[in-house]
Design a protein around this ligand. Sequence first.
Ligand SMILES: Cc1cc2nc3c(=O)[nH]c(=O)nc-3n(C[C@H](O)[C@H](O)[C@H](O)COP(=O)(O)OP(=O)(O)OC[C@H]3O[C@@H](n4cnc5c(N)ncnc54)[C@H](O)[C@@H]3O)c2cc1C
Length: 451
Amino acid sequence: VTASERLVVIGGDAAGMSAASTAKKLRGDALDVVALERGDWTSYSACGIPYWVAGDIGSVHDLVARSAHEHRDMGIGVRLRTEAVEIDLDSGHVQTSAGERIGFDQLMIATGAEPIRPDLPGIDAEGILGIQTLGDGERFLAQLTGRRKPRSAVVVGGGYIGVEMAEACVRRGLRTTLVDMAVQPMRSLDPELGAQVADAMRGMGIDVRTQVGVHEFLADDSGAVRAVVTDSGELPADVVVLALGVRPRSEVARQAGLRVGISGGLRTSADMSCDGHVGIWAAGDVVESWDRLRQKWVHVPLGTHANKQGRIAGLGIAGERARFQGVLGTAVTKVCDLEIARTGLSEADAAAEGIEVVAATIETTTRAGYYPGATTMTVKMVADRRTRRMLGAQIVGREGAAHRIDTCAMALWNPTTVDELVLTDLAYAPPFSSVWDPVQVAARAVAAALD
Ligand SMILES: Cc1cc2nc3c(=O)[nH]c(=O)nc-3n(C[C@H](O)[C@H](O)[C@H](O)COP(=O)(O)OP(=O)(O)OC[C@H]3O[C@@H](n4cnc5c(N)ncnc54)[C@H](O)[C@@H]3O)c2cc1C
């Protein structure tokens, strides 16, 4: 059978390959799918890199959900180590780094994001790495096990990737310092919860320095990094992790004339087609997403969105209609055994949006207080002063704490007042919860503060 149509996919990870496999499953031989990936891997878990670097995961292959070989078995023409360098929308061609021009009827752009590299003196020294792809993870591990036998690491930036990588470095036996300009790591949390994260990091031996800026990187005679110059002095660093956030890797798409928003992320309709272009799709870290609470476009580079958006694009490519429903800012991570989760607006976010809120922070236990293994957890909840609608929550605590954020996310997805949340039918038995679920204890505290 000769395919009547060709889809070219740029970027072979979560968004790109979700779209490719969804469309291929639905269209079969009628759709020729060519996927271009400039790295060595397809459908991998970047999210797993910190745990691989820490030594929890034995092999890079464990992080690959579906290899190029497996995709080819499904009829998808994956080309590794092939970069798309130019898109010609008028003639429908992609130019590759290998000098090839590949024609397309439909195009899927899933080039992801790239770590921000600040323009500071010495930034190009060897051993200063952003962590984004499995290739970056391999390079970082090569540094750790290489000839130089690093003893110290500096992580610049205390977002979740910085926090996870700092833990990985310390578990690898490196003297590890994390520096951040903010008053605390994890600035997506309000300060009192962020302080608990900083304490947990210090407890595992990480030197956490907040309100500290980085000025310069110093290299030794061989060009390898040896120190980071900061507001709080010169910090020894045989390796440096840049964790200052990411920006959409949208250059090739932008040059082709596709529309981007303020973050540089591509603008799409809810069906993930690029604004004003039929048959041109984009998803994942390269796009902006619609924030359901703030009612504006935001760049939220998370795997959970990349997979959903990629699947929706794949359905659209196959002629079915599906719509991405937006994001809330739900996220979860851990440092040591401290679980950290958030959704919706923090108090600081609400202030930035000019929304008047009431917030309450409570301490409770992960299980009934008398049940073995019960540990404390903190829940902060934020609600609209006028409507009593729950607008956001943050949770920090030990085992079993974090996933309760999903209850809060559902209560945001379908607008819910704190009063309704208090009376929602949630599960209870002593091994799992206190008799009032921690989320409901927080909702009660907010309701009381609103009265
Ligand atoms: C350390 C780390 C931890 C994370 N942890 C979590 C987590 O716990 N939970 C969560 O939800 N998310 C997490 N994420 C985010 C998640 O990994 C990303 O949101 C997700 O991978 C985005 O998928 P994507 O397909 O849009 O982009 P990417 O995964 O970045 O894939 C894009 C691909 O495109 C390729 N590419 C780029 N340009 C070109 C080109 N011109 N030609 C050919 N190929 C190209 C790249 O090589 C890359 O493989 C984490 C990310 C990192 C780095």
